[in-house]
Design a protein around this ligand. Sequence first.
Ligand SMILES: Nc1ncnc2c1ncn2[C@@H]1O[C@H](COP(=O)(O)OP(=O)(O)OP(=O)(O)O)[C@@H](O)[C@H]1O
Ligand SMILES: [Mg+2]
Length: 312
Amino acid sequence: MGGLIACAILSGRVLGPIAALPGLIVQWAHARAALDSLEKVFALQGDNHAVALPLTPEHIHGEWRIENLKFAYPGRPRPLTLPLTLIRPGEKVAILGPIGAGKSTLLKLMAGLFAPGEGQVLLDGLDIQQIDRAHLSARLGYLPQDVKLLAGTLRDNLTLGLGGVDEAALLDASRRIGLDQLIASHPQGLDMPIFEGGNGVSGGQKQLIALTRLLLSTPAAWLLDEPTAAMDEATEQRSLAVLRQAIAPEQTLILVTHKPVLLGLVDRFIVLLPGGGVIDGPKATVLERLRQSAAQARTSQDMHSGKPEETP
Ligand SMILES: Nc1ncnc2c1ncn2[C@@H]1O[C@H](COP(=O)(O)OP(=O)(O)OP(=O)(O)O)[C@@H](O)[C@H]1O
Ligand SMILES: [Mg+2]
């Protein structure tokens, strides 16, 4: 009996680790997958990639010089190309063109968010890729076309990355832009919850939140990508008036828009043409050139269709 009991105990001891093996194998697979994902994150290029000592210029004057720019998304054959382009401090420029022409891409390159494949984007004479990313983000007022908010409260999203914004300034900026209606309509006011990506607020409200944050950040230069695309007419007019007041004459504005009402903010157009060309010049000159080429296109169309030339 004693021998049998000893056998049962000993065999249990011997087989125990073997029985634990399947569980260990599953744990090992999970640990391996987690390590692989971490390695992928660490292998990604960081900001200021390959720049040993990023620059932190004290002032941003807002002079852009784009030299023979070429940029293509991976797997996309047609690159965005731009010849030598100079934007002087204080200039108010609109980047125009049909959908998919590359306007947002150009603005991201000018904000230093993308590195050009060929050529250079210089800000105040410095390669924008060499300027410290956090330093640049704090000084350039870049408003993306697709505003993304973070999970947290409305207050968190309005003051994200901005130090020392007091409640009075926050409420004043919200009132000027018209965000106070959203704040007043929620029982938690500025502490209303916002979910990841901006779920929980409308597209127009997301743009108002992003614009309010931009006003609070008091940028040195403005890069606005369709700032009022999701707004109704009254809200757009209000935002336009606030922008007109906020953008100082000495500050550079680069505006991407499809909305004619916003073009009053600018004096110069850079038009990205569908074929890859660019028309750049004062507003009136570019409008005249566009009118002429539209008239020429109409005439040649009429000739091909056999209609008389004077057909409107
Ligand atoms: N992340 C991306 N990856 C691959 N291709 C992209 C990406 N983003 C944009 N593209 C492509 O690059 C081209 C230019 O896109 P971009 O967003 O700059 O156009 P856009 O002029 O701003 O258009 P819209 O007026 O519609 O905003 C488009 O053909 C688009 O399909
Ligand atoms: Mg765009």
